[in-house]
Design a protein around this ligand. Structure first.
Ligand code: HEC
Length: 149
């Protein structure tokens, strides 16, 4: 319980310190259903999603911190997307569509633009495979919490 509180405090602190806009409170909610998935077309960049943000269990705390440091500037603090990158809480990114390997490749090598029109994703500077492992655990957990599986 004590640990959970620490993680929650950390999350609050991170949210408070973050200079990024609060992507999560975007007014344009996209319901993550298969209709939403087919509703987006190539070229859409206005695809920010409202993400359910439950309390983060202790085991995902490090992954959350790494995600928010390394990925959130484009994918949104809770993976809901931003003007710089797509929401990872989208059915496109469920495990059977984008495997864990896609996450390693994206973070370590970058991605050519192909689904959206945000431009390419550059390789994330200084990221290690161990970081990606933790990030994936956090992202998959948050996806499950948001019905993306
Ligand atoms: C500078 C902005 C930026 C940062 C930082 C960033 N991404 Fe991305 N990412 C993008 C964009 C843009 C795309 C969409 C490319 C497309 O499909 O058009 C993307 C796509 C992805 C994809 C899908 C890859 C695929 O095969 O289609 C994954 C997975 C991903 N990012 C994970 C991450 C993770 C994990 C991090 C942090 C370690 C991260 N991204 C950091 C911009 C970013």
């Amino acid at each position: 319980m004590y640990r959970v509180i620490i993680v929650m405090m950390l999350a609050t602190l991170l949210a408070a310190c973050s200079s990024q806009k609060d992507e999560v409170s975007s007014s344009k909610a996209v319901v993550p259903t298969s209709t939403a998935m087919s509703g987006h077309k190539m070229g859409d960049t206005d695809v920010k999603m409202t993400v359910k943000t439950p309390n983060v269990p202790f085991e995902y705390g490090i992954g959350m911190k790494k995600f928010q440091t390394m990925c959130a500037s484009c994918h949104g603090q809770w993976g809901g997307g931003s003007e710089q990158g797509p929401p990872l809480m989208h059915l496109f990114y469920k495990p059977s569509h984008h495997s864990d390997r896609a996450f390693y490749n994206a973070a370590l090598k970058g991605v050519q633009q192909h689904h959206w029109e945000f431009g390419n994703m550059p390789a994330v500077e200084g990221v290690m495979p161990q970081d990606v492992e933790k990030i994936i655990a956090f992202v998959r957990w948050l996806q499950r919490e948001n019905g993306i599986y």
